[in-house]
Every structure is written in C-alpha cells, then in structure tokens.
Design a protein around this ligand. Structure first.
Ligand code: GAL
Length: 658
C-alpha cells in the first residue's frame, strides 16, 4: 500500500439523484469549495443494475471522469446495504427477519440477511461486475464495502449457521453444555438443532457467542466482497468500511483485520461535541488497524435523525475535523453534498441546498479545505505516537452489557471516564485490543477487563515485569472467555500481580465517600471491597461510612513490588477525584503532559523523519490565548510563533518547533 500523499476533504455525492446537466455546476462548486475526494455509489444498486444482470455503469464512469477533470478523486462504495426491489422480490429469502420473526420490509436500508446464500450470490455477481468496470479506473483511489454494518437477522438460515458456528467451535455438545452450565434451568442440549438464537436475555455463554457469530457473519460477507474486488483493483487502492464509532454490534478488530484501512462516521446528533469524550472514538478507530484512518462521514451542521436536529455552532465542525486529523485521520468527508429532493433524508445538513446554492456551512468547508491544502504535505505520513495504551475488549463489553448489575453501569462510559483526564492533559493514547503485546508503553489502563484469557494475562504480566505501570479497574478478571465466572476471586489470574483481590462487590444506590492520604472523593454506582495480599501493596484510599460492609475497607491500592507498578481501582470515582487520581498516576509513570487552557486540545503527530507536529485546536466559542514553552512555526498562517499566540474561536494552529 502506498501511503496517501494528501490530506483529503470531501463529501458523499449522489449524482444518480440529479439530471446529468446539473453535474457540472455541482462539480464547479465542489472545486470552488476545495474538495479533493467524493464517495459515490454506496446506495446506487438500483441505478447500476436495474434488473438482474443488466448493468448500467456508464453514468458513474462519466461522473468519475468529470470529477477527475476537476482534480477530485473518487472512493466507490459497494451498494450492498441497499439491495434493490427487484432483487428482494425475486429472492424473498434475501430479506432479513427481525427479532419478532417478521420479514423486514423493503424500502429502508440494511434489509438483507448477510448469511443468505442467494444474497451472497447476488452480491458476488454485482461486486465482480463493478470491480471489473471500475477497479482499473485511475481516478478511483479506494473502496468502501457496504455501509455501516448493523442489521442482525433472526431467519432460519442464520439459526442453522449459528448452530454450525457453535459446532465448529465447541466440537461436542458435552463441551458446550459444560462451558455454558446448561444444567442451569434445564438448558442441556442433546442436539445442535435445539440451540436457539437469543431473543432478549439468555444464557450468558450463548449471548456472548451470538455476538461473535454476528461478527463472523459480517466478516464472511465482507470477505466475499473483498475476494470479488481485489483481483481487479490497482495496487495502491485501499478498501475500507465505514464503522460507527462505539457501535457494539460486532468485534471491529475482526472486521478490520481483512481491510486495508479503518474508517468511521462521526455524528453528534443532538447537542454539541464534547472533545474530551469524543477523542477516544478516533483513537479507538485508529487502534483497529493501528494505522491512520478516514473519517468517511461527518455532519455538515445538522443531522435529520436525532431528537433535536440542532446545528453545530458556526466553526464547531471545523474544530471537529481538526480533532479527527489530530487523532490520525487522513481524510474528512461530509455527509452529504446536496439534499435530494425526495427520499428519507430530506432535512439532513448538506453543503448545497435543494435549490442548488451553497448553504452557509459551505464556507466552513471551504475554510477547512484551504487549511488542509496548506498542511497536507507537512502531515503526509505522520502518525500519532503514544506512551499510554488503554485496553479495549468487545467480549468484556458484551459480558457487562448482558449483566450490568447496576442499570447505569456502562462499559463505554467507564472507559471514557478514564480517557477524559488523559485528554485534558493532552496525552496521546492508543486504544488497543486487549490481546495486543504492550512493549514500548509506559502506562497501560485496562478498564473493566472482565474477561481474561491466557494471552492478555501473559502480556500484562510481562508488561509489569518489564517496569510498566498498569491500572486495573473494577470488574476486572471475573470471567472466562465463555462468559462463565472464574472459580477465583477477582481479578482472578491477575490477583497476584495486583497484590490484591476483591472480597465483594456492591452496586451502589448512593455515592460512598472515599478517603486517602492525597485523595478525597466518592464512588458512584459501584464499589469493591479489596483484600490486600502482599506487603508491598499499599492502600491508596479507603471507603468511609457506607453500607457497613464497605466501611473503612480498602478501595484503591498500589503495588510497587518488582520493577513495575499496579494500581487496582475498585471504585468509580467522581470526576474531580478521578482527575486527581489519573494525574497522580501520569506523574508517577513519568508521562509527559501539555498544559492548555480549558477547551483547547493539543495533540502531536510524528513525521517519518521524527519531527513532531503540534495540532492545537480551540474547541471554544470564543478566542483564547495559548502559551507554549517553546518558539515555533505555524504552518497554516505561515508565521513564526513566539511562545504565546492568539487562537480564535474553533480555529486551529499547526506547529513545529524551531
Ligand atoms: C449515516 C449513513 C449515511 C447517512 C447519514 C445521515 O449513518 O451512513 O448514509 O444516512 O447517516 O446522518
């Protein structure tokens, strides 16, 4: 794969919604806005194949060519999230079945079953035709497979596939029955055909496997498309899918393993960007392939699907785009270019309105495009480098989501609770899959890693033995990979390393005060009563008067034996105390931090030649003064900067040190 030479800005464009005579004007406006890329065709199946085997690709080729004449490159989407009416009528079993057993109605999106053999056949045939036609096209630089995978199907084919999936994994029913403790509530299976798809709550083992099965189904579906595409693509083409951030329907590490690039769609919906909480989603996406990613869609102003479709503040999307870049994005594309006159999304934000004229937002895109052009070369090939890793695990998330114990306990929120103070100190963070080796990091935070396996335990032990600083949090090490309780006290196989074990845990109806030498606060939602196992394990904080069981018991510990250090945090601290704790941990671990005024984010990307690029973003609605402890050069405005400089509302500075 050749690295991209350019920081792209673009939009989703649907020329099939418009008479061809209109295209030149749209393309003129795109060029004037400074767009460098469009994504097309991801919902155009009925236009490209109006009936089985009758292909109509000429219009798309003309659109690609006209755009290219104006220096705008193309990413094509395979249109498989919107199978046409003729297809689902001809092959009714391609339609998915919902949880209630009802066939999904045609006319929205994602209505197909991704395990349907008839759908597979139609997809392979169509994607092959599309790939043959456009794979060699020099103006097509990449492909998006399908669009935002999300449908879960409950048809008979899926049930049979699930049973086969389990059979392959467990080998025997005896094994499955034992792993899932099916003697419980008389669930013992004597034939694979008896195993259902879970509708609502079910056996925890089955629930976890079902999520894995959904991911495996999508992966197989995606692989079919990749196999159809790749023989026809140019070596430089990259294939991706537009994921949905924290969407938890399947394991994104599995899905991205076969792709060249990760991409995601960032929508705020109602309200506004919360930069300290949203940055982690970029880091999550970057972590899928441990490479820079694309922001394939983002909202130009407002969406149409939220409770209140308010507009972002003027400039806010500009700061958001830079935030994405600061966290590793190589491209930012707005969804969409222009509102179609009909269809379900008439009121969504766009760059051009139904009259064909630029909306006020268009100027903001223009502003961003100018800046991207100014620093594109500088940023080319640069990457985010982090000394801090946060470990992320879909299995643990699903396990907790299946049995929250406290209705407000949420894995993603808990994860973000640890991320926020790092973001506020402008610390780069890699969000890694929990099974990744941890060499090279100084601090690793593993929030609520409830499911442990041999790999992650080995890596965590090696990390601490090599001098690493590790933070384990509540609900760690409770379960095995089958979602069964471990026959040990949490954190199970990590207890020795942590020097501590959990005697009992409590879902809290009220906050419980926590007090230590340098820490005062309270625990919300959750509290674990810790038992110190080793003399080198210090109690950092204890519960104060609470439910009796917790009173004066250890709540947070720090173990210093060996070369590394392990904190066990059995509480879910209030925001102020959490900040205090994390800052202390950062300082102890010797992690460099950058001071910035509230709402100003400073991130670094490192160029291949080792030079650090500082991206300074003002997420505030008013201007502010930023002070850096060095002199540098600002590349957007092309001016030297001496320590302090003015950063207007929602604007960005891109600096290198002198
Ligand atoms: C995305 C989707 C786009 C468009 C957008 C509107 O989820 O991929 O096609 O519908 O939402 O916000």
């Amino acid at each position: 794969m050749t690295p991209p030479s350019r920081l792209h800005i673009g939009a989703a464009y649907y020329p099939e919604h418009w008479p061809e005579e209109r295209w030149p004007e749209d393309i003129r406006l795109m060029k004037a806005a400074g767009l460098t890329v469009v994504r097309m065709a991801e919902f155009a199946w009925s236009t490209m194949e109006p009936s089985e085997g009758q292909y109509n690709f000429d219009w798309l080729e003309r659109a690609i060519a006209r755009l290219a004449e104006n220096d705008i490159l193309t990413v094509l989407g395979t249109p498989t999230a919107a199978p046409p009416a003729w297809l689902v009528t001809q092959y009714p079993a391609t339609l998915a079945v919902d949880e209630t057993g009802r066939r999904v109605q045609f006319g929205n999106r994602c209505h197909a079953c991704v395990n349907s053999p008839e759908f597979h056949a139609a997809v392979e045939r169509f994607v092959t035709a599309m790939a043959k036609r456009f794979g060699p096209n020099p103006h097509v630089i990449g492909w998006q497979i399908d669009n935002e995978y999300n449908r879960v199907c409950y048809c008979d084919t899926c049930r049979l596939e699930f049973q086969q999936f389990l059979r392959r994994k467990y080998g025997s029913l005896e094994n499955l029955n034992a792993r899932w403790t099916t003697a419980y509530w008389s669930q013992t299976y004597s034939a694979w055909e008896q195993i259902p798809l879970p509708i609502g709550p079910h056996n925890p083992g089955l629930m976890l496997e079902f999520r894995r099965f959904v991911g495996a189904s999508y992966r197989r579906f995606q692989k079919r498309q990749l196999d159809a595409l790749r023989p026809h693509l140019k070596p430089s083409d990259r294939v991706t899918h537009n994921f949905m951030g924290w969407f938890g329907g399947f394991d994104h590490y599995e899905l991205t393993a076969d792709l060249d690039l990760a991409a995601w769609d960032w929508y705020i919906g109602s309200g506004h960007n919360d930069p300290l909480a949203q940055g982690v989603i970029h880091d999550l996406t970057r972590g899928f392939k441990r490479k820079n990613f694309w922001l394939m869609e983002t909202q130009p102003g407002n969406v149409n699907w939220a409770g209140v479709n308010n507009s972002l503040y003027m400039g806010e999307a500009h700061a958001m785009a830079w935030q994405a870049v600061a966290h590793g994005a190589e491209a930012v594309l707005y969804w969409q270019w222009r509102s179609a006159l009909g269809g379900q999304e008439q009121y969504h934000g766009t760059l051009v309105d139904p009259s064909g004229q630029p909306r006020p937002f268009y100027q903001e895109a223009q502003w961003l495009a100018r800046e991207f052009a100014a620093v594109s070369d500088l940023l080319s090939g640069s990457e985010v480098r982090a000394q801090v890793a946060m470990l992320h695990d879909y299995d643990s998330r699903w396990s907790i989501e299946g049995q929250r114990h406290h209705r407000d306990f949420d894995y993603v929120e808990h994860f973000t609770h640890y991320y926020r103070p790092l973001a506020a100190r402008n610390v780069n963070v890699d969000v890694l899959h929990a099974d990744q080796p941890l060499d090279g990091y100084r601090l690793v935070i593993a929030p609520a890693l409830i499911i442990l396996n041999e790999t992650r335990v080995r890596h965590l032990k090696a990390f601490v033995e090599n001098g690493g600083h590790l933070v384990l949090t509540l609900r760690t090490g409770v379960k095995d990979e089958y979602n069964a309780l471990l026959p040990s006290r949490p954190p199970g196989p990590l207890a020795e390393l942590a020097g501590v074990e959990v005697e009992e845990y409590y879902a809290l109806e009220m906050p419980v005060p926590v007090q230590g030498e340098w820490l005062t606060g309270s625990s919300l939602l959750w509290a674990e009563r810790l038992q110190v196992l080793r003399p080198d394990c210090k109690v950092v904080a204890r519960y104060q008067r609470a439910n009796g069981w917790l009173d004066h018991q250890p709540a947070i510990t720090e173990t210093t034996g060996g070369t590394g250090r392990v904190w066990y945090v059995g509480v879910n601290l209030d925001t102020a105390a959490q900040t205090k704790l994390i800052t202390r941990i950062l300082n102890t671990a010797g992690i460099p931090q950058i001071e910035s005024p509230p709402g100003v984010e400073i991130r670094t990307r490192r160029r291949p030649d080792g030079e650090e690029i500082y991206i300074v973003i003002n997420h505030n609605r008013s201007g502010t003064r930023v002070r850096l402890p060095w002199n540098g050069y600002e590349h957007i405005g092309k001016r030297p900067v001496q320590g302090t400089f003015e950063l207007p509302a929602y604007s960005t500075a891109v600096l290198t040190r002198k």
